[in-house]
Design a protein around this ligand. Sequence first.
Ligand code: AHR
Length: 528
Amino acid sequence: MNRPLSRRNFISAAAAVSATALLPTRLFSAAATAPLFPAPSSATRRVTVRADSEIGVVRPEFHGHFVEHLGSCVYGGLWVGKNSRIPNIDGYRKQALEYLKDLGVPVLRWPGGCFADDYHWRDGIGPAAKRPKRVNIHWGGYVEDGSFGTHEFIGLCRLLDAEPYLAGNVGSSTPHELRDWIEYCNYPSGSTLSDERAANGSPDPFRVRYWGVGNESWGCGGNMRPEEYARLYRDFAVYCRVFGGTELYLVASGPSGDDTRWSRGLMDGLGWERPQGVSMHYYTGGGDVATSFTTDHVNEQLAIYSKVEEAIIHQRAVLDSYDHGRDVGLILDEWGVWDQIPEEDERRYGKLWQQSTIRSAVAAGLGLNIFNRLADKLYMCNIAQMVNVLQSLLLTDGPEGEHCVRTTTYHAFSMFKPHRTKTAVRIEADAPAPLGLSVSASKSDKELVVTFVNPHHDSDLHVECSIKGSDISSGKAQILHDADWNSFNSFDNPDRVVPKQHPVSIKESRVELELPRLSVATVVMPIR
Ligand code: AHR
């Protein structure tokens, strides 16, 4: 895709649909009447964490990632090659590996994106020197040498301890090609394809569970109508088999934003066939270049997260309305902020290279809070993208650059790490507006974790939080904050915006803290 068409469509499609009727009453009862950007009437916000009211497990996969052959995400970002002067481990950028290992990467999706439907996996196996050079038609028409292929991707996943998720080509390929890729990856030995894999250096099967069957098939993945895609999905799925005992989790290409026409058309067209997962993509567009947002555009972008929340609820309801639809996992396969991108930055650093500011971190916090609150409705969420593209976790100074910095978004993700594998619990709050205080909480036998996000650029909040159903008397808070919403971590000042300890008062299951404008704060409390 040559332009962020889908992003624009996502916003308008999402804004056009009202899912208010499907929203949980306590949390959203006033959403229909509240003004979009209300001036905060009081600087105090009161919330109650209902530790006695469970939602579902915060699956580590809610913190999943996505890498595409786009700009300097793979080539020059994660993959610098074994002979690079940039410190590397077997060709992977060492600094990136270290940062990503610290964060933990539960699942990693590859090779696209739009790129996936123009990728032929055989182009990326065998001796690197013999791999064909192909033009990347979606992202700038440059030539790729194929040196990062299936083995290199699986190697990256192994180094990061991430579950691999391969996106298959439906738009320009055949069921046979996808079937063979699965056999190549998963069959232990004795078939021509598995022996070829062994000859290419990997006698052990890759055991890849997650397989995307196309990407954005309504757009760059084939420009199809839902019934056309559903027909193709059925053709492909018949041949996607269990090889060597690895059960498959097939992901069908779902809607752009909250496009129910697509999801209903897909489910109707599938007939009795059920994928394990359906993906939706939802980008939150930005009116400005990342580092020079106006206040209006800050508000406008952050307010879209209430639409994201509605869209997830809405799409879940669509799936649930079909026989066995409840067994189909809802996957937010691509999400994040998509700001205006200066051509100069793209020339210097790569296509869709985008800075991440404290505003972006707050956006990430709003998204991750939503995933906790909707833990019973989601299966996996993958931020777009891991390095150097859109809302990335790491930035390098171009494909040749030696610098590698952790973005504010990286740090926002780290603030949510304590929630992983815990059970999300319900929140009771004043009726929120799209830009209200955002809260989520989760608990284990030992700990209660609460994350607060203040999306106001002009109002600090005093938060009073009561805990019901857990006995709490101590804890620690961390905060990610900068008073300048355009602040970011640069190559000269890589740690300008990092999490810091934050004062919090915790007495008799009552938590109080100051939440400055544009901040994400996580409080971790032992349960007595
Ligand atoms: O993440 C960038 C692009 O956005 C992906 O290639 C595509 O799936 C989406 O439109």
